[in-house]
Design a protein around this ligand. Sequence first.
Ligand SMILES: Nc1ncnc2c1ncn2[C@@H]1O[C@H](COP(=O)(O)OP(=O)(O)OP(=O)(O)O)[C@@H](O)[C@H]1O
Ligand SMILES: [Mg+2]
Length: 383
Amino acid sequence: MEKARCLYVDDEDVNLITFRAAFGREFDILTASCMDEALDIFQKEQGIGVVVADQRMPEGTGVELLERIFELDPDPARIILTAFLNETDIIDAVNRGRVYNYILKPWNEKELRIMLMRAVEMYALNSENRCLMRELAKHNANLQAVNARLITDMMRREKAEEKIGILSKRVVKLVEDERARVAQDMHDEFGQILPAIRYSLEALKSGIGEGDREHGVLFEDIDVLIDRLGESARRIISELRPETLDFQGLAPAIKASIQGVMARHKDILVDFNVAGMMKELQPNVQIILYRVFQECMNNIVKHSNAGNVTVLMTFCQPSVILVVKDDGKGFDPAKDRLAQSGNGNGMGIGLMIMQERVASVDGTLTIRSADGKGTMVKAEVTV
Ligand SMILES: Nc1ncnc2c1ncn2[C@@H]1O[C@H](COP(=O)(O)OP(=O)(O)OP(=O)(O)O)[C@@H](O)[C@H]1O
Ligand SMILES: [Mg+2]
């Protein structure tokens, strides 16, 4: 086993020789006869675990030397050797030299050996502690770096989410603006062209003779087709942007649409109710709730086989809640959401868009459904 290193400082050569002779077998003894030489050795040599210094030396005290040693490296144990001991010396040794212990001259070999051994153990413990502290500090620094990275990532994600939110609001608005524009264009175009066709047809009709039954029937057919075209155009325009919504509000628009659905689908009965104190809604909230209702009705017609549907609009401070419930075959929302995210069989995106629309006005959308148990969609928006 490697011997522990001990530096002994004394201005009397004979003391140095005696010390080396006494402890040289157990310790690797380094000696210095003055303070400068001691400091020089201490800085050059590695692993000195104990420094023993004579208190009275020509150029200064042992305590002064130990104080400087401490500044260079606090780990080694420091021992003072002194012929006389007074209170001031002890206080000085503890405060300035931070001595581990002191021993009176002439020293007792056995006593000093035990003290040196303990001092070496203390040095080993100190070094180990310091190593652990360094490791701990390194881990702490790493942890702080990881924490800082996590916080930065979180902030980035929040910013990205914020941007997506803003973007999604813009997209919803753009889509609605575009629908309104297309509805307007269709209204203007069909409004001019259909009457023009009808006038031309009337003109043609007046040109044929009374007995021309063949052409008469053809003209009747074209008349019916023009009516149907007009009816379809009105329905499409109304789906794109129901006029009632802008002029009369959400409840009348939903009511009008329900009448249309029931006229087209005689097997579906829709019950519509409004609860609470009705209040005027912001146009963007109004159109979003209308779109939720529309998509629910589309889904009911397309997928549910439902016979009964209830639509309930509730005004309760500070929200408006729209619930559309059917008694149809139901579905598994979790599975269908997977399908929508591209993992399934390419089903629609109606529910997802509904979710995004409601989120764009900071509202919440809840979908409850189960096989054979019908479906309930609830949209809640603070107004
Ligand atoms: N009321 C309902 N009753 C039964 N199944 C429904 C109902 N609403 C939705 N679903 C089921 O959820 C799926 C997803 O609906 P979603 O509206 O997202 O898509 P879609 O209606 O199939 O197509 P898209 O809406 O894009 O035209 C539907 O394919 C259907 O299986
Ligand atoms: Mg759908």
